[in-house]
Design a binder for this molecule. Sequence first.
Ligand SMILES: C[S@@+](CC[C@H](N)C(=O)[O-])C[C@H]1O[C@@H](n2cnc3c(N)ncnc32)[C@H](O)[C@@H]1O
Length: 297
Amino acid sequence: MNSEIVASEEGQGSSPDGPRASAQRPADKARGARPFLKWAGGKSKLLAQLEKQLPEGYGRYFEPFVGGGALFFHHRPSGAVLADVNERLVRTYRVVRDDVEALILCLQAHQERHDKAYFYALRDQAIDAAPDVEVAAWMIYLNKTAFNGLYRVNRKNQHNVPIGSYTKPTICDPVNLRACSEVLQGVVIVTEDFRAVCDRAVKGDFVYFDPPYVPVSKSSNFTSYAQGGFGPQEQAGLRDLALKLKKRGVKVLLSNSWCDEVLALYSKGFEVQKVSAPRAINSAAEKRGKVFEALIT
Ligand SMILES: C[S@@+](CC[C@H](N)C(=O)[O-])C[C@H]1O[C@@H](n2cnc3c(N)ncnc32)[C@H](O)[C@@H]1O
């Protein structure tokens, strides 16, 4: 994955920094921007509590597990680095940043043709070889039409979520896409593992980690956002990285599930706060309700 980034930084394809890295963002056009994807584990219900934990001043804003980027779009920091291991997701963010009008046209075409047969034909397309704009339109289309907006892939990286039962889904929202594009101007967007992207953070920067959560029960073990899982080793690696960053003078905020494993991981050197949040995505309707999460500083 790093080789993809090096290639991009040398000018092949869409670059992490985008073409207008130094452009000023016109505040009015960015106003009202909301995440353009509904993402499992999305933080829209926890924004008020997260905001209270943001440091007053900091250098650059880092979000190494960006997903739908709820905190990023809410807070709209002026200098930011966003990352995720899901390359299709990262390609989508770059298209929203760099080529939003082409994306809108592509999504409008999907909107017009949307039905069950079209959904499955598009879903099962070998999408990775397609141009970035088509990948982005594929991601957004499936996010608006698949069951519960879920993104889940099998071992071959094939999307395997069935169609949802939406009667008239809004597949293309040009106003919000343009607002998101404005917010993303000048933002560095990379496909990198969380450990690699944090090498870029320096003293005074701020990192918000929202990793795949430690499962609180067997049925809540949803870690298939991308290929590969996020098990105890990754959770411990993340805690070690957070400690290292703190020692380097980087400000750190983490969220995770409220459970014994998380409390044990962060028992030394961190402050852990218990907050409650309605569950955003759960396939069993009766299990949607209040769950507790840990905010760690
Ligand atoms: C809980 S979601 C983030 C939700 C996001 N904060 C939001 O508001 O929508 C976790 C994200 O971590 C990504 N991820 C999983 N393993 C990763 C890794 N090793 N490095 C970076 N990102 C990873 C997944 O692809 C997923 O998008």
